[in-house]
Design a protein around this ligand. Structure first.
Ligand code: FES
Ligand code: FES
Length: 202
């Protein structure tokens, strides 16, 4: 029997033909079926994005991100919360500190995905109806800043310290703030700012 006479070959050819016609047909019926018009979730999953859900400054956020996005990048680039500063971008200076479930963490050193289901507070989230947080006020009153670049991170660490230890000793203040570097050397004034915030509502 010739190859073309084989009923199996014939039905295989028929199948391929039908599938091809089906695909062409589907494409001609739906000329808009291209990457641009795919549903957002499907398109983003094809781009390798993954789901992230968390609360930032009291707002529930559910979105898709690239898995290698750091929390700092997500906050600054996606949410435009640029109060969080990036300086070393390698977990050494503390400028990018934010509160995660009331603990200060370096947001440059954490993948946003590792913050999934957490509650994040950035320096913007410390405001209460446009009124500065008591620790922010203390930094202003006691000159706890010079250029101000490290200040959001310093303030976040001070809030974390006082939330978890409302009455710290001098040594505990120094230890609690030791993860935040200040290139201007404003340490004595930063210390005064934290110390003078003791006893106020955090
Ligand atoms: S910018 Fe994150 S620790 Fe320096
Ligand atoms: S105030 Fe300038 S780096 Fe701290």
């Amino acid at each position: 029997m010739k190859k073309s006479d084989n009923p199996k070959d014939s039905s295989r050819r028929k199948f391929i033909k039908e599938v091809s016609v089906g695909l062409v047909g589907a494409y001609s019926i739906s000329p808009n079926l291209n990457a641009k018009n795919l549903p957002k979730d499907l398109k983003e999953s094809m781009e390798g994005k993954v789901k992230l859900s968390l609360v930032v400054n009291g707002e529930k956020i559910s979105t898709n991100i690239k898995p290698n996005t750091t929390l700092a990048e997500f906050l600054r680039d996606e949410l435009k919360l640029t109060g969080t500063k990036l300086v070393c971008n390698q977990g050494e200076c503390g400028s990018c500190s934010v509160l995660m479930n009331d603990e200060a963490i370096y947001s440059c050193h954490l993948l946003a995905l590792d913050a999934d289901a957490s509650e994040i507070i950035t320096v913007e989230g410390l405001l209460n109806n446009d009124e500065l947080h008591t620790v922010q006020k203390s930094f202003i009153e006691h000159d706890g800043l010079q250029c101000g670049f490290c200040t959001p991170g310093q303030i976040i660490s001070a809030v974390a310290l006082l939330k978890n230890n409302p009455n710290p000793t001098d040594e505990e203040i120094k230890n609690g703030m030791s993860g935040n570097l200040c290139r201007c050397g404003a340490y004595p004034k930063i210390f005064d700012s934290v110390k003078n915030a003791i006893g106020s509502k955090i």
